[in-house]
Design a protein around this ligand. Structure first.
Ligand code: IGP
Length: 259
């Protein structure tokens, strides 16, 4: 499934590139207002767990989750409730997102914004910056070492931050090898969609002091957040629970959980 999602996203980007060539997107990326310092925004805070709140309509494992007619309004609610960053799914086929969602969210909030997608080409990184993203997701399992290194370097050249997503100790080592400042551990296996909430606790020790540690997926309750916090999470990335519940109340609860 990860291979299919990555190929689909790359194909969609290629289609956009036919209308908007790389040089043009590069120019827009370089002309965009500077990226915010996302590593600083997500850094460990003894007083609170940082929440990355996600704008998420659907997913291949869960189907339709929430319609979200106004992603900008949702993101503004997230930010005023205290979200440290906003994640915007831009994958079109299975997650029903778009770069347009990211642009309207960028205009609506002052916290860092993450492009959440199956990014595998420099064009997609440049598009993210041109749309105003501060963070780009790089999924280690979807990229070989050369590609991961190339994309991480481009993200850095654009003064953005990569959220480097892992699902095993070996992938953590690969994230560290490219100098990741923000490392995510996804509880969901993107090939099988199997969920393993204990994975974070098992592999987090592999991450030395320094990088920000983010627990991703299937955070439903303050108890989930407290468990992640107890094993060393600086931040949690939450989608479904927020778009199907009361986002402001949940963000407040999650921030305090385990702090
Ligand atoms: O809706 P959830 O279970 O709270 O999960 C959010 C986020 O972790 C999930 O959307 C995600 C994590 N890594 C990804 C990679 C691609 C697409 C989506 C994701």
């Amino acid at each position: 499934m990860l291979v299919e999602l990555t190929a689909g996203s790359a194909e969609d980007a290629q289609r956009r590139e036919a209308d908007r060539p790389l040089l043009e997107v590069e120019r827009a990326a370089l002309a965009a207002p500077p990226a915010l310092d996302a590593a600083a925004a997500l850094a460990h805070d003894p007083q609170r767990t940082k929440v990355i709140a996600e704008v998420k309509r659907a997913s291949p494992s869960r189907g339709d989750i929430a319609p979200i007619a106004d992603p900008a309004a949702l993101a503004a609610d997230y930010a005023s409730a205290g979200a440290a960053a906003i994640s915007v799914l831009t994958e079109e086929r299975r997650f029903k997102g778009s770069l347009r969602d990211l642009e309207v969210v960028r205009a609506a909030v002052e916290v860092p914004v993450l492009r959440k997608d199956f990014v595998s080409t420099p064009y997609q990184v440049l598009e993210a910056r041109a749309a105003g993203a501060d963070l780009v997701l790089l999924i280690v399992a979807a990229l070989d070492d050369a590609r991961l290194g190339e994309l991480a370097a481009l993200v850095r050249d654009l003064r953005m931050t990569a959220l480097v997503e892992t699902h095993s100790e070996q992938e953590v080592d690969r994230a560290l090898a490219v100098g990741a400042e923000v490392i995510g551990v996804n509880a969901r296996d993107l090939d099988t969609f199997a969920l393993d909430r204990d994975l974070f606790g098992r592999i987090v020790e592999r991450i030395p002091a320094g990088p920000v540690k983010v627990a991703e997926s299937a955070v439903r309750s303050a108890a989930d957040v407290a468990a992640y916090r107890a094993t060393g999470a600086d931040a949690v990335l939450v989608g479904e629970a927020l778009v199907t519940g009361d986002p402001a109340a949940l963000i407040h609860e999650f921030e305090r959980a385990g702090a």
